[in-house]
Ligand binder design. Structure first.
Ligand SMILES: CC(C)(COP(=O)(O)OP(=O)(O)OC[C@H]1O[C@@H](n2cnc3c(N)ncnc32)[C@H](O)[C@@H]1OP(=O)(O)O)[C@@H](O)C(=O)NCCC(=O)NCCS
Length: 181
């Protein structure tokens, strides 16, 4: 995949590799604390579905990532998908688990680059939709990419309330994989 910036070390968005595990675990922990995915879960996601696990690397250092599974399911409230139970590479939906940018690297557009590439990847893979759960405060963020708010989820992960978002990919023009202006 191509470098995205000039005048500073090039940013590359690429698939995660097994050697990225330590850095992805550190960023997951910095972003989500104890509610974040375990090392075992992150390792499984890289191993089982690398096409759905993208990292942003600047000058060779990973600064953020997005990971996911694919499934035929349309319902996200269960915990088992997080362990890739129900993952099927040819499933019609992609489900985002984590979008995470290292705290010192925020506000520089990395999540935008990751989201654009991820949405483009989902389209190239022929997926029907991208699904995710997020906190209420992130609903506006995902709407900028074309996600629709489906309402409150039944998930009680971490004892918190979660909102369900869905980006339809079929029969919609590819506005979602352009950066919001
Ligand atoms: C949310 C997160 C991924 C954003 O990463 P980032 O690289 O700093 O984001 P960008 O620099 O690409 O910002 C893109 C745009 O989204 C906006 N944005 C960032 N966080 C936002 C939020 N919580 N709500 C609404 N908009 C938000 C930015 O202001 C920016 O807008 P602009 O283009 O008008 O300047 C990052 O803050 C993070 O890792 N947070 C902790 C983990 C998390 O909450 N992940 C999402 C889980 S659902």
């Amino acid at each position: 995949m191509t470098p995205r910036r000039t005048g500073m070390p090039a940013v590359t968005i690429r698939r995660a590799l097994p050697g990225d595990l330590d850095r992805c675990c550190a960023i997951e922990s910095a972003c989500y604390g104890p509610e974040g995915a375990t090392r075992e879960r992150i390792e499984m996601r890289i191993h089982r579905y690398p096409e759905g696990f993208l990292v942003a690397a600047q000058g060779g250092l990973i600064v953020g990532f997005i990971n996911s599974c694919a499934t035929r399911r349309d319902e996200l409230s269960g915990e088992e998908l997080k362990d890739m139970v129900g993952h099927e590479t040819d499933g019609e939906n992609m489900v985002v688990f984590s979008l995470a940018v290292d705290p010192p690297c925020r506000g520089l557009g990395y999540s935008t680059m990751l989201m654009r590439e991820f949405i483009g990847t989902a389209r190239r893979l022929g997926k029907s939709a991208i699904l995710l759960l997020c906190r209420q405060g992130m609903v506006a963020y995902y709407r900028r990419y074309g996600f629709l708010h489906r309402g409150a989820s039944g998930s009680t992960h971490g004892g918190l309330r979660w909102q369900e978002m869905r980006l339809p990919l079929l029969d919609t023009p590819p506005r979602g994989d352009r950066a919001p202006s």
